[in-house]
Design a protein around this ligand. Structure first.
Ligand code: SF4
Ligand code: SF4
Length: 85
């Protein structure tokens, strides 16, 4: 999916994901120099979140918009990664 996007479209999508992401309200959130958006393959896993204390991705607008199926993107990797793509 992302592979068909131009760099400009990719950047636009990344900014949309980051500005909509609800990870900062999640019980698993750890404050570091990250901004969420872990479901999006070019961002991927978190380097600072390691403990799974709940995931609120299912209620995030990006989840519906991008037709996501998984969760715990911060610890398990992006939608693509978890889908084995
Ligand atoms: S689905 Fe989860 S990781 Fe993706 S933007 Fe929303 S809250 Fe963040
Ligand atoms: S990916 Fe899910 S578990 Fe991880 S911080 Fe975001 S909402 Fe929480």
């Amino acid at each position: 999916m992302e592979g068909e996007m131009t760099p400009e479209e990719m950047e636009k999508k990344k900014q949309m994901v980051l500005s909509t992401c609800t990870c900062k309200s999640c019980p698993s959130w750890v404050e570091c120099d990250e901004a969420g958006g872990y479901c999006f393959a070019p961002i991927g896993k978190s380097a600072c979140i390691t403990e799974e204390k709940g995931c609120i991705c299912g209620g995030c607008p990006v989840y519906a918009q991008m037709d996501l199926k998984h969760g715990y993107y911060c610890t398990k990797g992006s939608e693509k990664e978890q889908a084995g793509m």
